[in-house]
Ligand binder design. Structure first.
Ligand code: PEP
Length: 255
């Protein structure tokens, strides 16, 4: 269901970094470190082979389990892929889709991302749709056009009125893993456009309740300025999510 309010949401995208043992060890450190922030929704997205162990470790805690990708079909001859049904059965609550590493390294198109968004929704999981411009696109003044297209096509296969939650993550590609986060003004401009577009594609109500996260070199130092902006409802965190203290610092900034 669409949340009644935009509770801040902070997600750690662990990418292809932690094997099972290290994923559980990180959760052991993280769970007590974030226990004092019940007013923030927290999620972690481990690699596929660690999902079961992570699900067991966070059982009974408020931390949500996410995946980093999903195929659009439930089953079939798709060697190497993982289906949304399999993820739902593991207790996955949200799935990161259209991450720039998927788009740029693995050639994922907007159309494929759209099919994945619809598939994840079919299984009652929350799609976290990533959008964001490359550096050259920003330099050419095309940021808003690029993000508008990714959003319009990425959400084109879901029905406007089916009442389920989506999350959008604005992640400028030039800010990911570079240590150069967007300025609050840059992020705010794009977040505002995303919310306006959600209102025109779906409804003002959905736009008003959809969480739009910022991602791109978020650290405990950069988080307070970004997360205090009215249009920014949380963070998608890569590098800093691998360190319990740093991630907990970002969660604290989101309160
Ligand atoms: C990401 O990959 O989603 C991300 C935001 O990475 P980082 O925080 O390392 O820039």
């Amino acid at each position: 269901m669409i949340p009644a309010s935009r509770t801040p949401f902070v997600i750690g995208n662990w990418k292809m970094n932690l094997s099972e043992r290290w994923a559980v060890a990180l959760l052991d450190d993280l769970l007590p470190a974030i226990a004092g922030a019940p007013e923030v929704d927290v999620g972690v997205a481990p690699a596929f082979p660690c999902l079961r162990a992570a699900a067991d470790r966070i059982a009974g805690t408020p931390v949500q389990l996410g995946a980093q990708n999903a195929h659009w079909e439930d089953k079939g001859a798709f060697t190497g892929e993982v289906s949304p049904r399999m993820l739902a059965e593991l207790g996955v609550g949200f799935v990161i889709l259209g991450h720039s590493e998927r788009r740029n390294i693995f050639g994922e198109t907007d159309e494929r991302v759209a099919r994945k968004v619809a598939a994840v929704r079919r299984h009652a999981m929350v799609p976290v749709l990533c959008v964001g411009e490359q550096e050259g696109e920003r330099d050419a003044g095309r940021t808003l056009d690029v993000v508008e297209r990714q959003l319009r096509i990425g959400l084109s296969e879901i029905r406007p009125a089916d009442g389920a939650e989506i999350v959008v993550a604005y992640e400028p590609v030039w800010a990911i893993g570079t240590g150069r986060s967007a300025t609050p003004a840059q992020a705010q401009e794009v977040h505002r456009m995303i919310r306006e577009q959600l209102a025109s594609m779906f409804s003002p109500r959905l736009a008003g309740t959809t969480r739009i996260l910022y991602g791109g070199s978020v650290t405990p130092a950069s988080a307070p300025a970004l997360l205090s902006l009215p249009e920014i409802d949380g963070a998608l965190v890569g590098g800093a999510s691998l360190d319990a203290e740093a991630f907990a610092g970002i969660v604290a900034a989101a309160r």
